[in-house]
Design a protein around this ligand. Structure first.
Ligand code: EZ4
Ligand code: CO
Length: 401
């Protein structure tokens, strides 16, 4: 079954998405998400100018061989642009295989290991009480797990806290700049979780995202302060460029640690997993080489009792969300899946079979991924430059994400 060609669709139904559509000689097509938030067009060009010409005429059934061909054959390995492009091809090929065999992708991955996929929602607020109210809204909708982020007194804007509208990581227009203070932030987190536990008791899972903002010793102190509130995880406590940083955090706290949304290969987390420095690995389909590579990461993690917790913010398109859900349902050491609903325009551009009810999701049983792409509608939402905010300290020093 030869690949006859493909196209890269860039659209912005509320936010930017890059989607690969691979076509085969018998008319079956597959979709893959290639969205790299704030750097979208680099991946679009990588696919259009460098990958699609190499795929024409290849057998779409040979998923593993095409993955190795794109990874080893490029000479220039790894990196978010390369690995997002490979991910899009891999995801599209799994979609094609499922459609060809008349099976949902999770059945090809070994079948369901559970009935459905537990997800967590994002609660935030400008005060602790507003954050508690937002978390209550999720729990009332049946969510079993909620991430909570709160504004910090004295800081004008804090990433992850919705500014009166749905939380969206990127912003259109000029590059947003924010001022950060780890000292002020550190004073706010434990009181928030103390209040959340008082309100909701022991039952709901509570999560928190540090967004790589702390130094290891600060993160260790935060993890320790949060121990009484039994978090499901503390996410991205410090940048993981140096994987050994996590050893210091680990020595000081039993709060579970999650990391990996910015990782793009197994090599970024090999030490973290093998030395059991983390509890959850958050790499996802689109940024880490697709379903094939994510399964390798999960298999390594399984040996060390590390579970998965895939990234699932709105900058991952419904195509990635569907792929993640097939992965989550099938992989044995699944932990949790992040879920932020897309805008209704995005849902109309990408009609999908996956569903949410009572705090869990299911990818559905449509053949392949179970996601479509309305190209005519997508064309009415042209690309709009948008960026994640940056953070500087009060004296102007650029700060870590
Ligand atoms: O910053 O998706 O856990 N979720 C997050 C997200 C990420 C964005 C980056 O594009 O941290 O908000
Ligand atoms: Co995060």
């Amino acid at each position: 079954m030869k690949i006859t060609g493909g196209k890269v669709v860039v659209c912005s139904p509320g936010r930017n998405f890059v989607t690969l559509k691979l076509e085969t000689e018998d008319g079956v097509y597959g979709l893959g998400d290639a969205t790299l938030n704030g750097r979208e067009l680099a991946v679009a060009s990588y696919l259009r100018d460098h990958v699609l010409p190499l795929l024409e005429g290849r057998d779409a059934r040979r998923i593993e061989d095409i993955w190795q061909f794109l990874y080893k054959g490029a000479y220039w390995r790894r990196g978010p642009v390369t690995m997002s492009a490979i991910a899009a091809v891999d995801t599209a090929l799994w979609d094609i295989k499922g459609k060809t065999l008349g099976a949902p992708v999770y059945q090809l991955l070994g079948g369901a290991s559970r009935d459905a996929v537990m997800v967590y929602g994002h609660a935030s607020g400008v005060t602790i009480e507003a954050t508690v109210a937002a978390a209550g809204g999720f729990i009332a909708q049946g969510y079993k797990a909620v991430r909570a982020q709160c504004a910090v007194p004295g800081l004008e804007r804090v990433y992850g806290v919705a500014a009166g509208r749905a939380y969206e990581p990127a912003e259109r227009g000029p590059l947003p700049e924010t001022v950060w203070s780890s000292e002020r932030y550190l004073d706010t987190v434990a009181p928030l979780f103390e209040r959340l536990r008082r309100e909701f008791g022991a039952e709901p899972h509570l999560l928190h995202d540090v967004h790589h903002r702390l130094r290891p010793i600060e993160a260790a102190r935060l993890g320790r302060a949060l121990e009484p509130y039994r978090l499901f995880w503390m996410e991205d406590p410090t940048p993981a460029d140096n994987q050994e940083s996590f050893r210091l955090i680990r020595q000081h706290t039993t709060t579970p640690l999650a990391v990996g949304e910015v990782f793009n290969t197994i090599h970024d987390c090999r030490q973290l997993i093998q030395e059991q420095l983390i509890d959850y690995i958050r790499t996802t389909v689109v940024h880490a080489g697709g379903i094939s590579h994510l399964r390798r990461i999960a298999s390594l993690a399984e040996l060390y009792q590390v579970r998965t917790g895939s990234h699932g913010a709105t900058d991952l398109s419904p195509v990635c969300m569907a792929a993640a859900l097939h992965f989550d349902l099938s992989v044995h050491n699944f932990g949790i899946q992040e879920y932020m609903p897309h805008t209704s325009d995005t849902d109309r551009v990408f009609p999908h079979a996956y569903t949410f009810a009572n705090g869990v999701m299911h990818p559905g049983d449509a053949p392949g991924l179970g996601v479509g792409l309305d190209e005519a509608l997508a064309a009415t939402f042209p690309y709009q430059p948008a960026y994640l905010p940056i953070a500087r300290l009060a004296d102007g020093t650029m700060h870590d994400w």
